[in-house]
Ligand binder design. Structure first.
Ligand code: NOJ
Ligand code: CA
Length: 700
């Protein structure tokens, strides 16, 4: 009976509009249709294979307007676009933005409500967004749900993390779509993932691989004034639907005409390297809005940071058991405070000696006794130093040594409080010459009811970048929403954490060796990550019995290779100075590796398994290469044909020792040099959890 009904329905539902658009290469085809119920659907194919089955589009408004049906096309327009633009900093000097476009102008038959849907078809994938056009007067409306479908063609392998609206700091699960369910999750915060029936919520970007070898990625770009998109996955039918975090009263977004949603993106290729190399997410963002960008500079930095994460010192001055009034100076020093003037000078000296641009100091300001677990609204004022941190003397000393200080503003999620103090915090940075701030949003959002991924918080993170730009300050946010290419528009938003960083290796079961082979396919598509690589002392047991089971899940040379495979114009040398002093020959690579590039070539890539990338320094003719693997050892041969023909280079190769193994022998490495040309090939042998880092210096 059910089958007969479906058959009758199929006969009744007819297409009244069907339009096809291709990518510039013609490999990707997008078909958009409207049926006689006025429902809009799209489908995508790649080299003749279906990638997205017919999937419906639409939006629900709080006033009851149902923008999923009853549409007719007022007009359809096609266009092509091809430009090349230059990012202020990046993986390459020139980025090509090349696509074909289809605009579908829709009107609802009964209500005359207008909605446009704009599709852009790139060589790497398809993007589309909803646009709410301006008509006779400005209209205000509330989005109660977005009904964007991505109907997949099979039970693909997927790399997913649970759809926590407050955090992306999870280890990736590698399973079939049908195996995304509650039982496999190790959720320490007890968030139920199941939404309804057979649907489970995961985060985007969602990276997948089909049985016939296609790489597929669903994500979004230009998340501005709109919540982050999570995905509800139906584990039986493999149909995905957009899922937007609500605010305290259940609304998803407040908009007015004219406005747009973020771009929904579907990347596809039969070569995984096309996904990691894609600049589609940046291309979909608005161009740079800052006239003067001369003050936006790449930075390598060290900092008073890891010593707190490994328990050697504390953020707080008095010890949290001594918490009284957070903003009171009447605290009894615990003797373990990390951010003292003296210790800061030690790091400044280290930075100056080894040529680092900056020093980050966390725990310099009053409030840390109370920051975690108490959830008071006004823990920090962002301007009052602890008595043992002389901000004026630190600024003077850093300046004399040619080192820049990096400000730290942990908000502990108290966002209204941060916005109240933001201008004074930024003024303080200007006064003492800090060019950058690391912000932090640990814990649940205060005021309560907002999620990190909701519209209000998206606006907050973007606002902080904009406001900081007024003061010529660069921003590196932690615990923010994951970037979706907004650093094209505000290039001072230089990095974010927004994924599980290296820090987890210091105080938890950490990140498995495959973690860093997945991030370039997910988190990094939207912008640079402050992953904080460079941990040479991988055994946490040396810091105390409470950490006896913890270790960094890589070999030492993989930590070097991460400076290449985890692109960021802001890179930390995260370990303690005393650990670097023990391995100065390997540390040389961190000192030399640039963080801004002319060109990047992904030589090998497979999500969850390995990545090899070669990059050319922005300011010289030198090349650098990083190769990493997962828990499996790997041998490969690399052609050096990216080097300039006819030139000679001195290659310095930092590789895993023969007996290296992330678990049993992580610090075994060799460094060798040899002369190479563009005709040379290099054999790389990566240990389990290992990596290779190479510098190619042009010699003649
Ligand atoms: C979490 C951040 O990721 C980390 O880098 C920082 O040290 C702590 N919060 C304290 O702000
Ligand atoms: Ca974090």
């Amino acid at each position: 009976m059910k089958k007969i009904l479906i058959f009758i329905l199929c006969c009744l539902v007819q297409l009244v509009l069907a339009q096809e658009v291709e990518s510039p290469s013609k490999d990707i085809k997008l078909n958009v249709s409207i049926n006689n119920l006025g429902e809009v659907a799209y489908q995508v194919s790649y080299k003749g294979k279906a990638v997205i089955k017919p999937s419906k589009l639409g939006i629900l408004l709080k006033d009851g307007t149902d923008l999923t049906k009853d549409f007719e096309a007022v007009d359809t327009k096609t266009a092509s676009f091809d430009e090349t633009w230059q990012p202020v900093m990046g993986e390459q000097t020139n980025i090509r933005n090349h696509y074909n476009q289809l605009t579908l102008q829709l009107k609802q038959k009964n209500s005359n409500k207008r909605l446009d849907i704009v599709f852009k078809i790139y060589d790497e994938g398809v993007a589309f967004r909803y646009e709410f056009p301006f008509e006779k007067r400005v209209e205000y409306f509330v989005i109660s749900d977005e009904k964007t479908e991505f109907n997949l063609t099979g039970n693909h392998k997927t790399f997913w993390i649970p759809g926590d609206y407050d955090s992306q700091e999870y280890v990736y699960n590698e399973t079939k779509l049908s195996e995304i369910d509650n039982h496999k999750l190790d959720l320490n915060n007890g968030i139920a993932l199941k939404t309804i029936e057979s649907r489970y919520r995961v985060q985007s970007p969602l990276m997948m691989k089909t049985a016939d070898g296609l790489y597929l990625n669903i994500f979004e770009a230009a998340v501005v004034n709109y919540p982050v998109m999570h995905l509800d996955v139906d584990v039986n039918s493999f149909e995905l639907t957009s899922n937007l975090p609500p605010n305290a009263i259940g609304d998803k977004a407040y908009l007015r005409t004219p406005s747009t949603t973020p771009w929904r993106t579907i990347m596809v290729s039969d070569d995984a390297r096309d996904i990691v190399a894609s600049k589609m997410i940046f291309n979909l963002n608005e161009p740079n809005k800052l006239e003067d960008t001369s003050w936006i500079k790449p930075m390598k930095y060290v900092g008073i940071w890891w010593e707190m994460h490994v328990g050697k010192s504390t953020w707080d001055y008095a010890g949290s058991q001594n918490a009284q009034n957070a903003l009171s100076q009447d605290l009894i020093p615990s003797g373990k405070h990390g951010a003292t003037t003296e210790n800061t000078k030690r790091y400044i000296d280290f930075a100056a000696k080894h040529g680092f641009d900056g020093v980050l100091v966390e725990g310099w300001n009053v409030g840390w006794e109370d920051w975690f677990g108490n959830w008071k609204e006004d823990v920090f004022d962002f301007v009052t130093p602890y008595p043992d941190f002389d901000i004026e003397e630190v600024a003077r000393y850093a300046k004399a040594k040619g080192v820049k200080m990096i400000m730290h503003n942990e908000t502990s999620g108290s966002v209204a409080n941060y916005e109240r103090h933001l201008d004074r915090a930024l003024e303080l940075m200007v006064k003492f010459g800090y060019p950058a701030v690391k912000t932090g949003y640990v814990g649940r959002i205060i005021p309560r009811g907002e999620y990190h991924d909701g519209q209000a918080m998206v606006n907050h993170f973007n606002f902080v970048a904009q406001r900081a730009a007024d003061y010529k300050i660069m921003v590196n946010s932690h615990e923010s929403t994951r970037p979706t290419g907004y650093s094209r528009t505000y290039p001072n938003y230089i990095a974010a954490e927004a994924a599980r960083g290296n820090e987890f290796n210091g105080w938890s079961n950490g990140n498995p060796p495959m973690h860093e082979t997945i991030l370039p396919f997910t988190r990094l598509l939207g912008g640079p990550m402050d992953y904080t690589p460079g941990i040479f002392e991988t055994q946490m047991k040396i810091y105390g019995d409470d950490r006896k089971d913890y270790m960094v899940h890589t070999t030492l040379t993989k930590q070097l290779a991460l400076y290449l495979t985890m692109y960021s114009p802001l890179q930390m040398a995260a370990d303690l100075p005393e650990n670097y002093e023990k391995y100065l020959d390997a540390f040389q690579f961190i000192k030399e590796v640039p963080v801004d590039w002319q060109e990047s070539i992904y030589l090998e890539a497979e999500p969850g398994d390995y990545i090899t990338v070669a990059r050319k320094d922005k300011n010289s003719e030198d090349w650098f290469l990083g190769a990493i693997t997962d828990e499996n050892a790997r041998s490969t041969e690399i052609k050096l044909d990216f080097l300039e023909a006819g030139k000679k280079y001195k290659a310095t190769i930092y590789q895993d020792g023969k007996d290296a193994d992330w678990k049993t022998n992580p610090k075994s490495y060799d460094i060798k040099t040899q002369t190479v040309t563009s005709k040379s090939k290099l054999k790389l042998n990566l240990a389990k959890g290992g990596g290779t880092a190479i510098s190619f210096e042009l010699v003649d």
